[in-house]
Design a protein around this ligand. Structure first.
Ligand code: PLP
Length: 380
């Protein structure tokens, strides 16, 4: 089955009890047992719930994977992976990574005796050099947040395999529509389903998707015993969102390319980073490993922090807000929003300068989005 069909059909047989075409929201904490010996079937919704199970099956199918586990947020899914590590273990993490992931390594990893090194994974030699005898996990994100750098996923997965590391990738920006990292050798894909998979900025959720049978039990323990599971209602909204992922992503990609081209020509713009532009440092790599370039753009403006604030406040369609991946366009200021947990030195080392904004290009009409950016740039 093709992607679009899987998104609409997998896990979504008509409800056996009533014939309902849409899987119901099983808003129940518990399920009746037929006997004291019953082992199969549903028992308690933290452990499993039919609405959640439907979405887990569908999401796994979108990544061409065997297993999908849903969590209460993207960070809950990430913390479940931290739960696989033991005191003394070490992680190599891409330097350019979601701010919440940095906070997890900074605040939660030390409590568990886990140490972390950041490496510039755009450079394969630097990646190899960061691996220590006690390294257990290699953490990737591509395209990266906020600068949209693209990592060589097959090469890094191979490096991880050679060193017997668990290779993890945060696939939130690309979504399974644009890239399937498990097919490039990665062990576990993480999603914040809050973003494109949900697609409408109305839920929080996270997911782990993988093929390895030996990972199922330990990760299921993290989900079912850890208890940060996705609720039936949010599972249902997620499934509803996922049905249109393909058409939304096509529109996001098309709009973002038009917006990126407009910005690249504008005299008040210092630099545009979008994997779909030929001058993006990893444009050729992005063309090889992605089916499209996504909806996220990093833009440096020719102004100072006050000018950026004027720009953000002048925008009428791009709302100044955290998060991304919804149908509506957003502008974010990484320095005080997604990456506010970093010190100034940590920010600057990652290229998160005071004149950098991040656009999540929605699926409004592109002419309206460009007109909005044009009028706000006049106010710099
Ligand atoms: C938002 C986000 C997360 C965290 O997800 P939550 O659902 O907010 O917990 C992780 N990675 C990336 C790339 C994100 O954008």
């Amino acid at each position: 089955m093709h992607f679009e069909t899987r998104a609409i059909r997998v896990g979504q047989e008509p409800d056996p009890a009533t014939g309902a075409i849409i899987p119901p929201i099983y808003a129940t904490s518990n399920f009746q047992r037929h006997s004291i010996d019953q082992q199969e079937g549903y028992s308690y919704s933290r452990v499993s719930n039919p609405t959640r199970a439907a979405v887990e099956q569908c999401l796994a199918a979108l990544e061409n994977a065997r297993y999908g586990l849903l969590f209460a947020s993207g960070m809950a899914a990430e913390v479940a992976l931290l739960g696989l590590l033991r005191p003394g273990d070490h992680v190599v993490c891409t330097r350019d990574v979601y701010g919440g992931t940095i906070s997890m390594w900074k605040h939660l990893a030390p409590q568990r005796g886990v140490s972390v090194s950041y490496a510039n994974l755009l450079d394969l030699d630097a990646a190899a050099a960061a691996i220590q005898p006690n390294t257990r996990m290699l953490w990737l994100e591509s395209p990266t947040n906020p600068l949209t750098y693209v990592l060589d996923i097959p090469a890094l997965a191979e490096l991880g395999r050679q060193h017997n590391l668990l290779v993890v990738i945060d696939n939130t920006f690309a979504t399974p529509y644009l890239q399937n990292p498990l097919e490039m050798g990665v062990d576990v894909v993480v999603h914040s389903v809050t973003k494109y998979l949900g697609g409408h900025s109305d839920i929080l959720g996270g997911a782990l998707v993988f093929n390895r049978d030996d990972l199922y039990e330990p990760l299921w323990d993290q989900q079912a015993i850890g208890g940060a599971v996705l609720s039936p209602f949010e599972s249902w909204l997620l499934l509803r969102g996922m049905k249109t992922l393909a058409v939304r992503m096509r529109a996001h990609c098309e709009n973002a390319l038009r917006v990126a081209r407009f910005l690249a020509e504008h005299p008040k713009v210092a630099r545009v980073l979008y994997p779909g532009l030929p001058d993006h440092p990893q444009h050729e790599l992005a063309k090889r490993q992605m089916r499209g370039f996504g909806g996220m753009i990093a833009v440096s403006l020719k102004t100072d922090r006050a000018g950026v604030d004027r720009f953000c406040q002048s925008l009428r369609l791009f709302s100044l807000a955290s998060s991304l991946g919804g149908v509506e366009s957003l502008v974010g200021y990484p320095a005080t929003m997604s990456h506010e947990g970093l010190t100034e030195a940590e920010r600057l080392e990652r290229g998160i300068t005071d004149n950098l904004v991040r656009l999540s290009v929605g699926i409004e009409h592109p002419d309206d989005l460009i007109a909005d950016l044009a009028q706000a740039l006049e106010r710099l």
